[in-house]
Design a protein around this ligand. Structure first.
Ligand SMILES: [Zn+2]
Length: 238
């Protein structure tokens, strides 16, 4: 059987017909995800994961690109520029990332994320939250259509009780010095998502996280995704 290119997998992901109460996620690796509803698409921390033909598959479809911090496994300036050129998507980025992109992305499309602030990009509403890491890091709660999404970069635990979300992307460990299954569990206990997607960790750490959630938060489902796989989540009425 012949294998589909990643670019065509991304195109298929964008062609999925979603219901109003559905969210779909496409995993790029580490903390990189494309997340979409039936009207809106955002991407978190794509680092240098996307080749040019894969970036081309995002064309006109991506509304917002978010970066949590400037570590190489989350952010690559050249890639950010390429993505912007193809998609013209607005970029919301932690200060050091924004500094590196200044002059490369037009200033009306590049927004520096500050902790505690709320940002509006058309219908997308984002709240930025300072995380804890080696160097500064911003975590995001993104409200897009019916769905509220949380993304935890590769942060350690910070209080998140003010950021309830339907789907939480949480870092469970390596190579982050601050992320762990325990910290990811504490994040999820605050955010109380319907679905927790494990990212940024070893297979063993993802499993550990999954058992902790099963035991302590049986109402939350854990998703463990392979890179370049996608998954759809049907949101319950809240
Ligand atoms: Zn990092």
């Amino acid at each position: 059987m012949f294998r589909k290119s990643k670019a065509s997998q991304i195109s298929e992901f964008f062609n999925l017909m979603l219901e109003n109460n559905e969210v779909a996620a496409y995993y790029l690796g580490v903390s990189g995800f494309i997340v979409r509803t039936n009207r809106t698409a955002v991407m978190f921390d794509p680092a240098g994961f996307l080749k040019n033909d894969e970036v081309a598959a995002l064309k006109t479809k991506l509304n917002l690109l978010l970066y949590t911090h400037n570590h190489f496994d989350h952010f690559k300036a050249g890639s950010a520029q390429t993505i912007f050129k193809e998609t013209q998507a607005s970029v919301l980025a932690e200060a050091k990332v924004a500094e590196k992109l200044a002059g490369k992305i037009p200033s009306d499309k590049l927004v520096k994320a500050e902790s505690g602030k709320t940002y509006n990009f058309g219908d997308i509403i984002v709240r930025a939250i300072a995380g804890i890491h080696r160097g500064p890091i911003m975590l995001y709660q993104v409200k897009m259509d019916e769905a509220t999404i949380f993304h935890g970069g590769d942060s350690g635990y910070v209080t998140l009780t003010d950021y309830p979300s339907n789907v939480a992307f949480v870092p469970v460990g390596r190579m982050s010095p601050t992320a762990s299954p325990e910290n990811a569990y504490k994040m999820v206990a605050d955010v109380k998502p319907q679905v927790a997607v494990a990212m940024h960790g070893s297979a063993g750490q993802k499993k550990q996280f999954e058992s902790k959630v099963k035991e302590g938060m049986p109402q939350t489902t854990v998703a463990i995704m392979e890179p370049h796989a996608s998954q759809r989540f049907k949101l319950q009425q809240s």
